[in-house]
Design a protein around this ligand. Structure first.
Ligand SMILES: [Zn+2]
Length: 564
């Protein structure tokens, strides 16, 4: 499927370039002159005011948002959370006419999109690009976007990390940290939700506003590819395939061409290689991306919605990195404005389909879903690469290693026929039951599910069911999942049928006939790669039950049939 689309887009762009003069491509550290436009002083961002040597502090982000709202009637400001260090994390809702509540957004029929910067504050270019884009959307050449979109922007997601400054190599000269004030990486917290930051994101944005598409902006250290930005979608095999396939097959190729045509940048998938020359593999598994749900963009795909994470190369100067995110986000918004209805329909259909499948196919046990996955090849692809590594040099006359390698200012090489290892496939599966039952004493699990917006009912009277239970014989711990901030937990054991069991009033019931069935399944299945068990949410409970020392029953029961 992909290679056909890819061939098609190549043909189209060749036809276009035959008739129109080709857009100049900006390589390395180059940006078009005057790309950011001309703005009054109060609407200039901190990088613009400092020759791209500084990024905005928390207060300067608030000041910029304040300038926007005193100049426009299309802005609504909201608080996403208040941090452990008592910093406020603001988001703006841009809409024409202005909307202040989710029901107004739903009534408008417009497509709700959520854009996030600075989940990793040492990657501040997304934050700055989003501030510049808000200005453009409200007062500049992108005002038409609000005819079709409601755009929620949280430019500075990790506020505590943003103001934890250290001296950097290169620009900006001062950088925030990669974690929050508890030293937790917020982009590994999408399953556990241990942090007020991610809990605030879920409660106040995802659960209330239900964006059709989210975009999360990052930077990726020293890469050897020749792309100005790398995008990736949700690659959790348990997530409904239609929304994530749509992002990969339709949105990405179209946005890629538009970024080339309108901004002169080459962008492609967030991927790495096998470090051979010439490389033989190109895929996200080589670039700190996985099939697991701990990343915000991956977890969001489990909600039958569309998500994108993007990583611009880290060795390039600050202005170039801001430009790269600006271009990719602008064209993603352009695509969403033109195709919003189609995107909404695909997501709503995925909601309806999973409910229908649970209602009709779960009782027999025939309905299954994936608990783990890997990447396979889509076929061969041509990629832009630099042969030499990027070793940064000293800026002349200084003790700063902030200068990108000279060869990376030139055009990269086109390497042909590389295996495109980006197709997410399932490797292990489990039956999707009609629902799960959780004993009353594990209210902490019910509460976690509710933060994820999973519907959990507290039984008012006893419920008799049949189903199966998982017997845990052994617990393996360690870095089972790559790049995890948590020790991954793997259970040894197996399911045993349980013909009849009664749960008393006060127990928690998760009926999977709900739109978030895939998410609830992934979180609660005992053998999901990084569900609640895999990411350690059950650790305390397992310790109390002396799991591992003796065989015990996993406290979450899978029911297929209600008996009374
Ligand atoms: Zn990052």
């Amino acid at each position: 499927m992909f290679s056909r689309l890819f061939a098609l887009t190549l043909t189209v762009s060749l036809i276009v370039s035959a008739s129109a003069p080709p857009q100049k491509i900006y390589w390395g550290d180059a940006v078009p002159k005057g790309w950011n436009g001309k703005w009054p002083a109060k609407l200039l961002t901190v990088p613009e005011k400092t020759n791209y040597e500084r990024t905005a502090s928390n207060k300067e982000v608030l000041e910029f948002i304040d300038a926007l709202r005193w100049s426009s009637d299309k802005v609504q400001v909201m608080t996403v959370y208040i941090s452990p260090l008592r910093n406020v994390c603001p988001a703006v809702i841009l809409a024409d006419p202005r909307v202040g509540r989710p029901d107004e957004a739903a009534k408008s029929g417009k497509t709700v999109v959520y854009l996030q910067g600075n989940i990793h504050p040492y990657e501040p270019e997304g934050k700055e690009a989003l501030l510049m884009l808000s200005r453009e959307i409200l007062f500049g050449k992108m005002t038409k976007l609000l005819d079709d979109l409601i755009i929620i922007i949280c430019p500075n997601f990790c506020v505590d990390g943003n103001d934890t400054l250290s001296l950097s190599e290169g620009t900006p000269h001062f950088l925030g940290s990669g974690s929050n004030s508890q030293n937790l990486n917020l982009n590994r917290d999408a399953v556990r939700v241990d942090t007020v930051e991610v809990a605030g994101l879920y409660r106040n944005i995802f659960n209330r506003w239900d964006p059709v598409l989210i975009f999360d902006a990052h930077l990726m250290g020293r890469v050897q590819h020749g792309y100005a930005n790398g995008y990736i979608h949700c690659t959790v095999p348990a997530a409904a395939p239609e929304p994530r396939d749509y992002v990969f097959d339709k949105l990405f190729p179209s946005v890629r061409n538009a970024v080339r045509d309108n901004y002169g940048l080459e962008v492609f998938t967030h991927s790495g290689t096998d470090n051979k020359w010439p490389p033989t593999i190109w895929g996200p598994g080589q670039a700190i991306w996985s099939n697991e749900a701990k990343f915000v963009a991956n977890a969001y795909g489990l909600r039958n919605r569309m998500s994108i994470l993007a990583e611009t190369p880290g060795h390039e100067p600050f202005e170039r990195r801001i430009y790269a995110h600006y271009a990719l986000i602008a064209e993603t918004l352009g695509y969403a404005a033109a195709h919003g209805k189609e995107m909404q329909d695909i997501c709503r259909k995925a909601d309806a389909d999973v409910v229908e499948a649970v209602k009709t196919k779960s009782e027999s046990g025939e309905l299954r879903n994936w608990t783990a996955g890997k990447y396979e090849s889509y076929g061969k692809v041509d990629i832009l690469m630099y042969k030499e590594r990027n070793i940064s040099e000293f800026v002349p006359g200084t003790s700063v290693r902030g200068k990108m390698a000279e060869h990376m200012r030139r055009a990269p090489e086109l390497v042909k026929g590389v295996e495109f290892m980006a197709k997410a496939v399932g490797t292990e599966s489990a039956a999707m039951p009609r629902g799960y039952l959780i004993p009353a004493e594990y209210g902490v699990i019910a509460e976690k599910l509710r933060i994820h917006n999973v519907k959990v009912e507290t039984l008012a009277k006893p419920l008799k069911v049949s189903g199966e239970q998982f017997v845990i014989d052994k617990i393996d711990r360690g870095r089972g999942g790559d790049y995890s901030a948590n020790n991954m937990v793997r259970l040894k054991g197996g399911f045993a049928p349980s013909p009849e069991r009664e749960f008393p009033a006060g127990s928690f019931r998760v009926d999977l006939a709900q739109p978030l069935a895939n998410l609830a399944f992934y979180l609660l299945e005992p053998r999901s790669a990084d569900g609640f068990v895999g990411s350690g949410v059950f650790d305390g409970i397992f310790e109390e039950l002396e799991a591992g020392k003796r065989s015990i029953v996993y406290p979450v029961y899978k029911y297929y049939k209600v008996l009374d």
